[in-house]
Design a protein around this ligand. Structure first.
Ligand code: COA
Length: 178
């Protein structure tokens, strides 16, 4: 009886949130996308925040996307596993800066954005940060706590800060890259 009631309430809440996703103020959209207990609902709200996810991809709690109003987005493939507290940084700027934003190096090199693409079957470990412009190839894995600043080859294990390839996932062999 209790289980049935919960399933019923879950469904009703899902239907309500699905219906209102387009009129929800941004701060509520973000709160639901980042913290709501049902992954299906979070996925709906992420679409509003510029993250689209393929079939059978559900993010764990705490996934965040850093972007402004809209030039850049995140596209995640199918069957992707996203552990808790992953951050996709699509855009970088010193938000509250005045003088710092006038420094030529900061303005021309350090500030900017790019789309992020995650291939099918990727596994992203806990507390990973993925920076702007990165493409993560299919069937690859990113170790917990890594910061991904360059593209990731498919079928590869990357770890560390910055993330580097340490293993071929098809053979299990260790590799060393510069
Ligand atoms: C990467 C991982 C899968 C281990 O893979 P593995 O092939 O067994 O790696 P190994 O233990 O053989 O370690 C290989 C090297 O990478 C290093 N390494 C492993 N994981 C690392 C990580 N997350 N960050 C930095 N370095 C890491 C090891 O220290 C080792 O370095 P060394 O050879 O210089 O000593 C695991 O460490 C990990 O990060 N798992 C993520 C788990 C997670 O986030 N789960 C979320 C819930 S699903």
């Amino acid at each position: 009886m209790k289980g049935k009631l919960l399933t019923f309430l879950d469904r009703k809440l899902y239907e309500f949130l699905e219906k209102h996703v387009d009129v929800m103020p941004l701060r509520f959209t973000k709160m639901i996308a980042f913290y709501y207990c049902d992954a299906r609902t979070r996925k709906l709200y992420f679409r509003k925040l510029g993250i689209t996810m393929g079939e059978n991809t559900y993010a764990n709690l705490g996934l965040k996307v850093v972007r402004n109003d809209g030039d850049f987005s995140v596209t995640v493939g199918s069957n992707v596993s996203i552990a808790p507290n992953v951050v996709f940084v699509c855009e970088s700027t010193a938000n509250n800066g005045r003088e710092i934003n006038t420094l030529p190096y900061v303005r021309d090199v350090m500030t900017g954005g790019g789309n992020i693409t995650v291939g099918d079957e990727v596994w992203i470990g806990a507390n990973v940060t993925v920076l702007q412009g990165v493409t993560i190839g299919k069937c690859s894995m990113i170790g917990a706590g890594s910061v991904v600043i360059h593209d990731v080859e498919p079928f590869s294990l990357y770890v560390g800060v910055p993330a580097r390839k340490i293993r071929d996932l098809r053979t299990g062999e260790r590799v060393t890259t510069g």
